[in-house]
Design a binder for this molecule. Structure first.
Ligand code: GDP
Ligand code: MG
Length: 157
């Protein structure tokens, strides 16, 4: 079994409601993810410009940055077999209308409010995961962590 790391964020409107953030944390555990690092933080626009750099010219960019810096987020480094794909599957589609319509049991289908406030973030590739982790957990070395832990995975997903 090959361990993979992904980076997850609970967005501010989720962190504000303890019953919802608890339910999402239960989803994390029930699906066999190991929580490797976690942190609650208020992100500043600088962190967010690095984090969402790929969306710089999109119409929703300013809205996204101001929402994501509007209150504490919770950031997680999670490990699992096929972690990136599995988390994105659990999260559901980016757009909330699509999530509610075609995937109502996903995290975004259940807890998304708008396309901006769509409950959670999940990395879309190994490269994005590494870049995103380095912003929130600058002391964490994902390559070294995987090297050290590759033989110790006992979760069954
Ligand atoms: P993700 O990887 O599924 O989170 O989606 P993207 O990487 O494409 O976009 C990053 C974030 O920008 C999303 O999670 C949304 O919060 C926001 N976003 C993406 N597309 C739209 C859009 O069409 N409208 C609005 N308002 N926000 C969007
Ligand atoms: Mg993305």
């Amino acid at each position: 079994m090959v361990l993979e790391l992904t980076f997850v964020v609970l967005k501010p409107h989720v962190v504000k409601v303890p019953s919802i953030s608890k339910e999402i944390k239960n989803i994390i555990i029930r699906n066999g993810f190991l929580v490797i690092r976690s942190k609650e933080k208020i992100l500043n626009p600088n962190d967010l410009q690095m984090f969402y750099g790929e969306h710089k010219n999109k119409f929703f960019y300013n809205r996204l940055i101001s929402f994501m810096s509007s209150g504490p987020i919770e950031a997680y480094v999670l490990a699992r077999e096929n972690a990136i794909h599995k988390w994105r599957e659990l999260m559901g589609p980016t757009r909330v209308f699509e999530a509610q319509f075609s995937a109502p049991d996903t995290i975004r289908g259940k807890f998304g409010l708008t396309d901006t406030r769509n409950a959670t973030h999940g990395s879309d590739s190994t490269e994005s995961a590494r870049r995103e982790m380095s912003i929130l957990f600058p002391d964490f070395d994902p390559i070294q962590w995987l090297k050290t832990n590759e033989n110790h995975f006992r979760g069954d997903g």
